[in-house]
Design a protein around this ligand. Structure first.
Ligand code: 13P
Length: 294
């Protein structure tokens, strides 16, 4: 099923689990993600950023391909613009056929973030799409030192932000960051703030920068109210390593076989993660309900 993020994230909010949101730039990744979701009876979100679309996975190719694959499986699959920066990014995603958009105006001051988010949420809702926003700011992992608590999300401000913008889910800053952390660094997360955010907002919350956070942190954020976890770096590294190992083991391996090795390796990673964050087994269906994606 090709759907927006709205219902699946409210289901996760009401039942205290989280859905993976995985950055995806090609067919092998899309297949690995959607097959994993179907086999795990789990919802899933496929993310792509404007930068990733410009570099490789063009939106007008990815969206119809993902929609086609999603419609072959009996679990909810959303395709979400990750970190849309402006109206140009947002309207491009809408024209391509995304089912959801994120507007990230978290680098702007509060009033400007409200103004931009409110405009995008209204546009998205008018087209039946869901809208994610960010308040506070999730930075880059290579600059992390656990000290930028001034960038963390303020619960009272978040309440006003959601009431004024009508965003469907909110990405909060509690100590994770995007990319690879310095070697040996494990982020310290502000779980008290997260609990307070959940109590105050009572809505689906999003964690960006899921890679490198460690299983314990990830399990705990889900327990404290996170319902969508963005993962890019760890999955890309895992796929790259599987390809490198396959080529090292057989230097004459066929190109298509290397792609398939990566696809299978990604499935192992994704299915384990789905179990970790509790999204596995949430959707029940008969085995022969609808065609399967192979
Ligand atoms: P990672 O780089 O930690 O995988 O984060 C991805 C992300 O948050 C995309 O929005």
């Amino acid at each position: 099923m090709y759907v927006s993020m709205k219902e699946m994230l409210w289901n996760a909010h009401e039942n205290n689990y989280a859905v993976m949101a995985i950055n995806c730039v090609n067919m092998e990744q899309a297949k690995a993600i959607i097959q994993s979701a179907s086999e795990e009876h789990s919802a899933v979100i496929i993310n792509i950023s404007p930068r990733q679309m410009k570099a490789h996975g063009h939106g007008n190719i990815m969206a119809p391909m993902i929609k086609n694959m999603a419609e072959k499986v009996p679990v909810p699959v959303a395709f979400n613009l990750d970190h849309g920066a402006n109206l140009e990014d947002i309207t491009y995603a809408m024209e391509c056929g995304f089912s959801s958009v994120m507007i990230d105006s978290s680098s702007y001051e509060f009033e400007e973030n409200v103004r931009r988010t409110k405009t995008v949420a209204a546009l998205a809702h008018g087209m039946g799409l869901s809208c994610e926003a960010e308040l506070g700011h999730v930075g880059m992992a290579n600059q992390s030192d656990n000290t930028r608590t001034d960038l963390y999300t303020n619960p009272e401000q978040a309440k006003e932000f959601v009431a004024r913008t009508h965003c469907d889910c909110l990405a909060v800053a509690i100590g994770t960051a995007h990319g690879s952390y310095p070697k040996g660094f494990v982020p310290k997360l502000d779980f008290d703030r997260l609990r307070l955010l959940k109590d105050t907002l009572k809505m689906p919350l999003v964690l960006h920068g899921g890679s490198g956070a460690g299983d314990e942190n990830i399990k705990k954020v889900v327990g404290c109210g996170i319902n969508k976890i963005n993962v890019c770096t760890d999955l890309f590294k895992h796929a790259r390593q599987a390809m490198a190992d396959a080529i090292a083991a057989d230097p004459s391996i066929d190109y298509m076989d290397v792609c398939m090795v990566a696809q299978e390796a990604m499935k192992v990673f994704i299915k384990r993660y789905m179990r970790l964050i509790g999204s596995s087994g949430r959707y029940t269906f008969e085995k022969d309900q609808g065609p399967e994606l192979d």
